[in-house]
Design a protein around this ligand. Sequence first.
Ligand code: SF4
Ligand code: SF4
Length: 675
Amino acid sequence: MNVGCPLKPLNVLVMHGPELAVAGLDPRDFSLAVAGLPNCRVLLVDPALPRDQQEDRVRVFLSQEQEMNPVILVAKDPEHRGAGVVRLLLAELRLNPEFLALVDLTAALEHPERRSRTAKGLEMIRLAAAQVTRAWPIIRQDISVSRQVLVWGDSYAGLKAAWELAELGYAVLLASPRPGLHPLALEYSREANPPESSAQLVRQVQEHGLIRTLSPAQITDFGGVTGNFTLRLDTPQGRVTEQVGAVVLAPELEMAADPDRYGLSDHPAVVSQTRLEELLAAELVQETPKTVAILVGLAGESHPLALSRALGAAARLLAAGHRVYLLVENAKVAGPGLEQAMRTNQDGGMVLFKLRERPRVILTGEGPVVEFFEPTMREELSLPVDLVACEERYLAAPDNARAAEMLGVPINSQGFLQADNVHHVPVATGRRGIYAVGPGRGIMGLAEADADVAAAVLEIQNLLGQGTALAPQGRAVVDRGRCVLCLTCHRLCPHGAITWDNRAIINELACQGCGICASQCPNEAIQIRNFTDEQMAAVMWAFNPQLTPRIVAFMCRNSAWEAYQSALKLHHASLPLGFTPIQMPCAGKVDVDYLLRAFTHGADGVLVLACHPDNCKSSHGNLCAEWRTERAQELLAEAGIDPGRVLFASLAANAPQDFLDAVDHLLSNLSLQAA
Ligand code: SF4
Ligand code: SF4
């Protein structure tokens, strides 16, 4: 084994149950082998003992040290088997979490030979020791933050968020790009006016002492960092400059008549839902009876409001003696009162057709004819009508692109203020302290909008508290002596966490520890605590050269690491004896230097495993990892080494087979087979 990087003092707790012996690893022999590692104190803990006895043994063992050294907890599935000991270490004995490492022996126990299992288990402990004994304690510190929140937009979700935040005692600046407060009423209404509850919400917001409304307003400048953003708003009354701790983005949707979606051209007898409502308000109800066909959810995804409005209009038409056909396919009835409204309208004479395809509307001299295949009766129907009313298209607020650029948050392909990224669900935007809710992030109904508001309000409460926020101190650290203020890190930080004075400054509340800045800094001026270059080097020094083939896998902890764990635990993956998983905070932390260094420490092949495109929690960490892999391949090729020995792959957390395929791919590049 490599001796170039000696181990520092540490404690190893081996949780040994029958599962180790069954898998062919004698816990006592194994513990003796662990005790042979330099600078290690070892304690065997039997998970079958009563909880208090286990804890007493650990207390006595650790109390023999004047100052507690780092601890490694070794077990098969230590999170489960060692849960009580972990609680004791962190809560009662106050071990800093950075000084605790868990080693799951599952990967070692999968190997068929006893000696291999022991050697693998020992190496796993050495690798964990190399990292945990070089860890820095990360402590949390209070940062003073503003207790004012900007709510942007007058949608139902925006007003609800403003009101709930104000009720919790936060000052709210409710600003909207549109004049006045006019949320789309997301409830069923038989009346022409918005439902009373929407109107009441507007009144509550306008009368609340902690809510200040500015509309219409434009954000013309936005700066600062999480907890202390600064912004400038232009309003007809003048310019307003404010400081806010957090931002809720909830601009209202726009509606656009779009008969093209139904293959219809402009025609006086073809109207939008809004036009139908205008006709109803202008006393269509008093005209001679007409037959009206209302089309909803027949041209792709429909807003829940579309059906609600259609049922409201149908109720008013029926009450005035008109005949109504309602044609639907994807219409959503999961809104308050909609099922009941549907039944009431049907009882009142509305004829409902649930279709599987869009109907054809033929515009004849006598009026429109609606033709379609009726799937229940299994026949073609042809209905002459006087008026066809089509649902409208619901679009993201037109100002979103400008707002996104100003606030430094992503915008998706439909123009909403949240990337199509599973890691952002439900309300995150990529910048801590800025949340997108309701129509700010997509088309949704009342229940989903309520859930968004609850999630965002909870996040803001956790962030701003009573005016101070707890932030991990020094997770990413700039060496000011090395920084040359090139601002590469500022440009690349996906979380808007880097500002500067005469050197780069990392905001500890906004920083998410992804490490993209550290890998890209040309002067190596940034280190990510507990993923430092020194720790990575020490891990590689700890490789046991007898365990081959050596495959080093740098894995993003948000995707590949989870897939690897599933491959081990659910698929009992048989990986090469020298397979070495290294968990990264984000694949964007992988440095070209790490990839090349792995080869100098005996790697046969190297894998870089990241999230799929557009699914990186840190926006472009996966792209950075891919570029760096390509750079490493070029450097290997220049040195006359097969570039196929380093491989990049993207995968999802729930795709263990993709992980196994990536390992197989690398092995086949190396002309090797899994053990
Ligand atoms: S990338 Fe490095 S050198 Fe450039 S500003 Fe950031 S810390 Fe300073
Ligand atoms: S670690 Fe990530 S989030 Fe933190 S400053 Fe660097 S790039 Fe930004």
